[in-house]
Design a protein around this ligand. Structure first.
Ligand SMILES: NC(=O)c1ccc[n+]([C@@H]2O[C@H](COP(=O)([O-])OP(=O)(O)OC[C@H]3O[C@@H](n4cnc5c(N)ncnc54)[C@H](OP(=O)(O)O)[C@@H]3O)[C@@H](O)[C@H]2O)c1
Length: 252
């Protein structure tokens, strides 16, 4: 059955591929991102299914306006997929709190604004489902990922706590925890990314798992299992392994 879905971060990477997949399955999608062009391109191809809802999700006012637009057009949501996010790496010799603030604003606070907008709509929806894009980084600390990892760890807690509080209302909460996926976000990385998945494969995997409304969609299995095993090692050994991954000198 066709579902009314709000998908954020639909202009690029995982969100754009997931939008394609869900639109091909016949769902109706409200699409958000700052760049309206890629969203418009999807609306042109799927005119009956796409509701354009562009905006900067770090701006609470803009998110409220998007919520009002969805309310006006659909009056309810069956699913909200909060996928939008960014990644910046810490240079520890020049640690900047402003960068941490920026990443938390993009990955955590924007999700909170979206949750505020989505919950009243989900309460009016069918089999309501809230989905957030976390990261496998929360399973094991990686060097230079202090800000990104903190934002995703906080998002994990937010989702796991919300799952309990929303269970009584029948609103399911799923956290998606990808390993490396080939997108513009990871194409900037200058370090090895083991078991990196093509973006279409990741989108198909996520879309195929969503109907079961699981607690978590974590992939690739081998990568996730490896991180979970590493996290069981004594802290001293974890630090020794982490130091081997850390770079000796900051890049120019
Ligand atoms: N790729 C990976 O390996 C990987 C692994 C784990 C988790 N993730 C997570 O997956 C999500 C998608 O990442 P991706 O790899 O697909 O990256 P991406 O290609 O850079 O896509 C990020 C999306 O988020 C949107 N976005 C970012 N900031 C926004 C803002 N302030 N307001 C509205 N939209 C905003 C971007 O749209 P605009 O620029 O047009 O606004 C874009 O559509 C992120 O949450 C990321 O942390 C990715």
């Amino acid at each position: 059955m066709s579902r009314r879905i709000w998908l954020t971060g639909a202009s690029s990477g995982i969100g754009a591929a997931l939008a394609e997949e869900l639109l091909r399955q016949g769902h109706r999608l409200a699409l958000s991102a700052r760049r309206a062009g890629p969203l418009q391109a999807l609306a042109t191809r799927f005119p009956e299914q796409v509701l354009l809802a562009p905006g900067d999700l770090t701006d609470a006012e803009q998110v409220r306006a998007i919520g009002a637009r969805i309310t006006e057009h659909w009056g309810a949501l069956d699913q909200a997929i909060l996928n939008a996010g960014t990644c910046e790496y810490v240079e520890v010799r020049d640690f900047q709190a402003a960068m941490v603030e920026r990443v938390l604003r993009s990955n955590l606070l924007s999700a909170a604004y979206c949750i505020e907008a989505a919950l009243p709509l989900l309460r009016a929806g069918r089999q309501p489902h809230l989905v957030a894009m976390g990261s496998a980084v929360t399973l094991w600390p990686l060097p230079r990922a202090e800000a990104y990892g903190a934002s995703k760890a906080a998002l994990r807690y937010l989702c796991e706590s919300l799952r309990i509080d929303l269970a009584g209302e029948g609103i399911a909460v799923t956290l998606v925890s990808p390993g490396f996926v080939d997108t513009p976000l990871t194409q900037k990385n200058d370090f090895p990314m083991p078991l990196r998945w093509p973006v279409d494969k990741a989108a198909r995997h996520i879309a195929s798992r969503l109907p079961a409304r699981p607690y978590e969609i974590a992939f690739p299995t081998l990568f996730i299992t490896g991180l979970r095993l590493l996290a069981l090692l004594p802290k001293g050994l974890q630090l020794a392994l982490g130091k081997r991954l850390a770079r000796a000198e900051p890049r120019p």
